[in-house]
Each structure stands twice: as structure tokens, then as C-alpha cells.
Design a protein around this ligand. Structure first.
Ligand SMILES: CCCCCCCC/C=C\CCCCCCCC(=O)SCCNC(=O)CCNC(=O)[C@H](O)C(C)(C)COP(=O)(O)OP(=O)(O)OC[C@H]1O[C@@H](n2cnc3c(N)ncnc32)[C@H](O)[C@@H]1OP(=O)(O)O
Length: 257
């Protein structure tokens, strides 16, 4: 046990900077698991759930579950159909990748599943800290690397209420930070939010499904400028607009050392 922990730490330290650079992420573990999910969510769910929690494969929180409304499932199916497909003889690269989503961002790094049991083992990613399906943040992010943009389908749960019957502005900000930050991290490696500027245009009904769209504006050295929007799933209604600045950081900064 102790030996395997040390091995995990060694693997992690030797891989972390590499796995968090976008190309390594997109061509490494991230895509490996994305291929699994894009090949059909029903079988992927069966596979990941049957092995979890004993396997090194962490639970992917962005796979469909019983709490998802028909609308949420419809959006998932739409983008999932546009994801890369692995055929018998070749790989057809679609423009979209479904990102897996774990309850600790550490788990995206090689060896991170083991390390997460050692380092602050009770810590959880804020948006994935509630285990009850559908109670809080249900979401899935699809990344389009070619166009440097992503789309997130978000279904708000009853624990996210702000004004009666509507989603709390802080919960919307959390999702905006998550989606814009995931895009920035995917394109530029480890980042932290320096600035997040939000305009709330119309309230989001609690329990509804909305889309969060995010796109890269520009990269200037360490600075990654990203924009974001929340709309209805048919994009006819604008709920929220945002701009965000992320700064590339080294791994030590992420861990506070
Ligand atoms: C990785 C790939 C993954 C892909 C797969 C997906 C995995 C997804 C997994 C899970 C998803 C989760 C996603 C969640 C995302 C959430 C992220 C957060 O919430 S982070 C927590 C909140 N943020 C903080 O706590 C930061 C606190 N602030 C700091 O640590 C520093 O201030 C920092 C890092 C932001 C900047 O510090 P410095 O020392 O590195 O940089 P300096 O030298 O100060 O600034 C660099 C440049 O940036 C400008 N700058 C800095 N802060 C600015 C600001 N607030 N506004 C405007 N400009 C600013 C400066 O003026 C400077 O510009 P000039 O180079 O001179 O042109």
C-alpha cells in the first residue's frame, strides 16, 4: 500500500506538468476516456459504474443519470453525436470532445486518482460535492478545440435556489467560472481565475436546462481572455453574459507552495 502510494506520487510528479498541457491532455487520458463515453453513453455508464469505486477509473459525473430531464438528455445526445468516433479500422475525429468530470480536478492528472486519496482526501470540487443526483449542479461540457470554444448543458437542482423559483446568481457565477476556466485550462494548461465579470440579463428558472457557451477571445503571454454566455437551449433567450481573465500558473501555485 505504502509502496503504491509512493509510486503514485512519483508518477504524478513526473507527469503532472505534461498531462496538464493541452495537447497532452487532449491526446492522453482525457481523450482515452472521452472516446469511451462518445462511443455510447449507455455502455459507458455501465462500464464506469461497474468498476467504480474499486478501480483507478474515477466516476465520471457528467454522464447521463436518472435525474436528467428529457431536454438535458436531448442536448447531450445532440453533442455526443458530434463527438469523435472510434471505428473498427480508424478514428474519425469529430470536432467535439465530451470532457469527463470528476469530483476533484486532481483526478485529471496521471496518478491523480491515487494522490486524491492522500492529499486533502476530504476535499471535493465544489460543483461535484453533492452526491445526490439532480440536487445541485448537473452538467456536461463538450469541447471544440479547433474552434477554441465549448458548450455546457446545465440543469440546475433544487439546492441552487436564489430568488424563489430561480437559480442563485452565485451558482450561475460558479458555473460560468467552471466553464470558462475549463476552456482556458484545456487550451493553456493550469490556470487560475484573475477576473470574472458577469452581467445577469434574465433570471434562470430553477430546474430548467440552459446552455453555457464559452469561447477564447485572445491569449497574451500568461493571460487568457475568455467570454461566456448563458442561453436557453434553443439560444433564443439570453440569461447571462460574462468575460473572464485566467492566468497561467505553475503547479506549485495551484497547490499553494
Ligand atoms: C488543465 C487542463 C484541464 C482540462 C481538463 C478539464 C479539467 C477540468 C477540471 C476541473 C474544472 C474546474 C474549473 C474551475 C475553474 C475555477 C478556477 C478558480 O476558481 S481559481 C480560484 C479563484 N482564483 C484565485 O484564487 C486566484 C487568486 N489570484 C492569484 O493567485 C494571482 O493573483 C494570479 C495567479 C491570478 C496572478 O498572479 P501572478 O503572480 O501569476 O501574475 P501577475 O504577475 O500578478 O499578473 C500577470 C498578468 O496578469 C495581470 N492580472 C493579474 N490579475 C489581474 C486582474 N485581476 N485583472 C486584470 N489583470 C490582471 C497582471 O497585470 C499581469 O499583466 P502583465 O503581464 O503585466 O500585462
Amino acid at each position: 500500500m505504502i509502496r503504491s502510494c509512493f509510486q503514485a506520487v512519483r508518477t504524478f510528479i513526473s507527469h503532472f506538468p505534461v498531462t496538464l498541457c493541452p495537447d497532452a491532455v487532449s491526446h492522453g487520458a482525457l481523450i482515452k476516456s472521452t472516446r469511451l463515453q462518445c462511443s455510447g453513453h449507455r455502455s459507458a455508464r455501465g462500464l464506469s459504474m461497474s468498476l467504480w469505486p474499486l478501480s483507478a477509473n474515477p466516476r465520471d459525473f457528467s454522464l447521463p443519470n436518472a435525474s436528467w430531464s428529457a431536454e438535458m438528455q436531448q442536448v447531450y445526445d445532440h453533442y455526443n453525436a458530434l463527438c469523435e468516433v472510434k471505428t473498427k479500422d480508424s478514428e474519425e475525429k469529430g470536432p467535439w470532445y465530451k470532457l469527463p468530470s470528476y469530483n476533484r480536478s486532481l483526478k485529471h492528472a496521471a496518478g491523480g486518482v491515487y494522490l486524491s486519496k492522500i492529499i486533502q482526501s476530504k476535499s471535493r470540487l465544489f460543483t461535484r460535492s453533492n452526491k445526490e443526483y439532480g440536487a445541485a449542479f448537473e452538467y456536461v461540457i463538450f469541447m471544440n478545440k479547433q474552434e477554441k470554444k465549448c458548450v455546457c448543458a446545465f440543469q440546475s437542482g433544487h439546492l441552487l435556489e436564489g430568488p424563489p423559483g430561480h437559480v442563485h446568481g452565485g451558482a450561475i457565477a460558479t458555473m460560468m467560472d467552471t466553464v470558462t476556466g475549463t476552456l482556458a485550462g484545456y487550451l493553456a494548461g493550469p490556470v487560475m481565475t484573475a477576473n470574472l465579470n458577469i452581467n445577469y440579463r434574465s433570471p434562470v428558472p430553477l430546474g430548467s436546462v440552459v446552455l453555457l457557451h464559452s469561447a477564447l477571445d485572445r491569449i497574451e503571454g500568461k493571460k487568457i481572455f475568455v467570454n461566456g454566455r448563458v442561453t436557453s437551449t434553443d439560444e433564443s433567450k439570453l440569461h447571462t453574459e460574462a468575460t473572464a481573465l485566467f492566468i497561467s500558473v505553475n503547479v506549485g501555485h495551484v497547490f499553494g507552495i
